[in-house]
Every structure is written in C-alpha cells, then in structure tokens.
Design a protein around this ligand. Structure first.
Ligand SMILES: C[S@@+](CC[C@H](N)C(=O)[O-])C[C@H]1O[C@@H](n2cnc3c(N)ncnc32)[C@H](O)[C@@H]1O
Length: 258
C-alpha cells in the first residue's frame, strides 16, 4: 500500500525533525518545563532506534508533523482527504488507540501527540504499514499543541493512562490541572468530548474534581457502568493491558464541552 508520506500533504511543511537534537532539547526542557508553559516531565528517549525506525523519523515524520511555527490553518486542510471532524490524542504512547481509531474512522482526522521518541517510532511504523492518511502528528509537548490549535476546532480530546505522578510533590506534573482545563475547553467545539482513562484512583478523583468545578464541562454519567466500562469500540492501550495484567482496572471519564 502506498505510504501516506509519499506526497506533500501539509500546506506548511515543517522543517524535518531529527532525532539528533533530542537529548539536548530534553535536557533544556527538563530544566523547568512549567516555567515555559510546558507539561512534559517524562523520558524523551528509550532504547536506540533500529535503522528502519530512524529512517521513518527522517522520511515520514516530516510529512506528518504539524508546523507549530506557523499559525494553525483550519484543521481539516491538514489532511489529504476530506475529514468531517478532527480529534486529538495526547500522549498516545505506542499509538495502539490512535491507529485503531484512525482505522475505524477513515473520514475523521486524527492528531496524535507524543514526545517519547520510541513511542513515536512505533506509531510511524504502524502508519507506514497501514497507509492511513487521516493522521497528523506532533512530536512534542501537548501543552504547546493546545496553545496552537484554533479555538473550537476539535470534536474530541483523548488522554489515556497519563503519567500518574503518584507522589504529592509531583502532582503539579500531572497533565490535568485546573489551569489546563480552559485550554481543553478552548480547543473543543461545543458538544465536543474530553475522554480520560486511568487505572490510578487518585488521578481519576483528581481529574473528576477539576472537571466538575469547571464551568465549561458537564459530566453526563448517570450510572456506574458509564465510568466502569470502556467506550464502545475502545481497543485499549499498552498501559491499559499492563494495568489489567497487574490486577488494576481502568476508569473511563467522558466530559462534554458546554
Ligand atoms: C503512561 S504513558 C501512557 C501511554 C498510552 N496513552 C497508553 O495508554 O499506553 C503516558 C504517555 O504520555 C506522554 N506524555 C507525558 N507528558 C506529555 C505531554 N506533556 N504531552 C504529550 N504527551 C505526554 C508520555 O511520553 C507517555 O508516552
């Protein structure tokens, strides 16, 4: 199948990202990401990429990466096919859910965001193998991406099994923060959804508390199955599988933008 990276699809193609500067950028971001409005505190790189994976970073990612140095266009124009709406997945890890959703909904555009090099490499391999044409990527911090996106441009934001930062002194590192709720609200259109899953009860309670006190969202759940059962068609993720193996269950929260 033809690779989605076989032709230019971005009206504003970004400079080819390279893995060479990753360590340097990670170090400077790690100094104090919050001071720069950043929200990424994790590892940026794991094991060394295989040659094929590194090749996709150089050849495919530049074609799919969003150019945050330019003002955001209308999001539908980012895709080489007609899309009826656009969804964002933050911290997609290895891309299991992103790829499953993009395959199941070929007329929806998906933006996947992941700063972890090895996760991005896995997703690139899956996109290359599948020929999916409804995915664009941001290899960086979702806080930057949220600032860049046009207002009311997304039908859905998905955040699955985010880093839980269980120690109290690290709670400020959690991606869900009171200060970030307005950024979610700004990017979502009216009636759009923010979907959150976690196996860590304290993070579930943390997220619920923050959305419940935010004026821009409602939590329409009426019975326990609304948060105990995964969304219809949800394929799961690597972290969910790990949680299940270790005897923990996911909780699934859906908030609707007023
Ligand atoms: C615990 S993993 C879960 C991965 C995947 N969602 C899953 O369920 O398997 C959390 C992911 O969020 C990513 N992440 C952390 N901070 C982020 C940020 N500020 N922007 C985007 N992704 C972020 C990490 O790199 C990591 O891949």
């Amino acid at each position: 199948m033809a690779s989605p990276g076989s032709g230019p699809i971005s009206p504003t193609p970004s400079a080819p990202p390279s893995t060479k500067g990753v360590r340097r950028r990670a170090d400077s971001a790690a100094d104090n990401p919050q001071a720069q409005g950043g929200a990424f505190f994790g590892r940026r790189k794991g094991h060394r990429l295989r040659a094929g994976q590194a090749g996709l970073f150089d050849a495919l990612l530049p074609r799919l990466a969003l150019d945050l140095a330019q003002p955001a266009p209308e999001l539908a124009t980012l895709f080489p096919i007609t899309v009826e709406s656009v969804r964002l997945e933050i911290g997609f890890g290895g891309g299991e859910n992103l790829i499953a959703e993009a395959s199941a909904h070929p007329t929806v555009g998906f933006i996947g965001c992941e700063p972890f090099v090895n996760g991005m490499a896995k997703a690139l391999a899956a996109i290359d193998a599948s020929g999916l044409r409804n995915i664009r990527l941001h290899h960086g911090d979702a806080a930057d991406l949220l600032r860049w996106l046009p207002a009311a441009s997304l039908a859905r934001i998905t955040l699955l099994y985010p880093d839980p930062w269980p120690k109290r002194r690290h709670w400020k590192r959690r991606f869900v923060q009171d200060e970030r709720i307005p950024a979610f609200a700004r990017a979502l259109r009216q009636g759009g959804e923010f979907r959150f899953a976690s196996d860590i009860d304290s993070y579930v309670a943390w997220t619920l508390a923050r959305f419940l006190r935010a004026d821009d969202f409602i939590w329409p759940a009426t019975r326990a199955d609304d948060w105990r059962k995964p969304w219809a068609g949800f394929a799961g993720t690597r972290y969910e599988a790990k949680a299940l193996r270790e005897g923990r269950r996911g909780t699934y929260l859906t908030f609707v933008r007023r």
